[in-house]
Design a protein around this ligand. Structure first.
Ligand SMILES: NC(=O)c1ccc[n+]([C@@H]2O[C@H](COP(=O)([O-])OP(=O)(O)OC[C@H]3O[C@@H](n4cnc5c(N)ncnc54)[C@H](OP(=O)(O)O)[C@@H]3O)[C@@H](O)[C@H]2O)c1
Length: 134
């Protein structure tokens, strides 16, 4: 079952509670964190895998972060670009199985693939990433 806006998370949660389903695909990113309230805890509780779509909020996060230099703590999670920090925020949530970023640019694809290696943020760094994305 898939959706892409927080306005339908309650519907997704209702189906999850009443049906035996293997996975959901929903929007989750440092800029769209609503799934943390109900969907992600429910998925963990019921053993439902979660694919995160819109991990860059459809590209909005790059518009917000464009003028901000990468903070020094990004090195603690082996990131040298904002894209990797944002993807690591998503996949470090315990309920998330994977993120599916979209790109039409091969350099961006290579950049995004680097988020699949190295250290992940702990709760302290996750809070800092979320604060940067506001
Ligand atoms: N099931 C559903 O209902 C549903 C709904 C929405 C989306 N999805 C899926 O979710 C996936 C992602 O969705 P999305 O495209 O809406 O959002 P997204 O992945 O959050 O954002 C894509 C945007 O980020 C840019 N981008 C990607 N990597 C970048 C990088 N390393 N540096 C700078 N910019 C970068 C892309 O531009 P460039 O092309 O220039 O890189 C594009 O504008 C897609 O596979 C989509 O099919 C599913």
């Amino acid at each position: 079952m898939t959706h892409y806006t927080a306005s339908r998370h309650d519907d997704v949660a209702r189906v999850m509670a009443s049906q035996q389903i293997d996975f959901i695909q929903i929007n989750y990113s440092a800029g769209e964190r609503e799934a943390e309230q109900r969907l992600l805890p429910t998925a963990l509780e019921r053993g439902v895998a979660v694919i995160a779509n819109r991990p860059f909020a459809g590209g909005d996060l790059f518009r917000r972060l464009r003028s901000r230099p990468l903070p020094p703590w990004a090195a603690e999670i082996d990131c040298d670009r904002w894209a990797q920090v944002l993807l690591k925020f998503v996949v470090s949530h315990p309920a998330i199985a994977c993120a599916i970023p979209a790109t039409s640019n091969v350099a961006h694809l290579r950049d995004n693939m680097k988020a699949g290696i190295g250290r992940l943020p702990d709760e302290r760094l996750r809070k800092r990433i979320a604060a940067e994305a506001v």
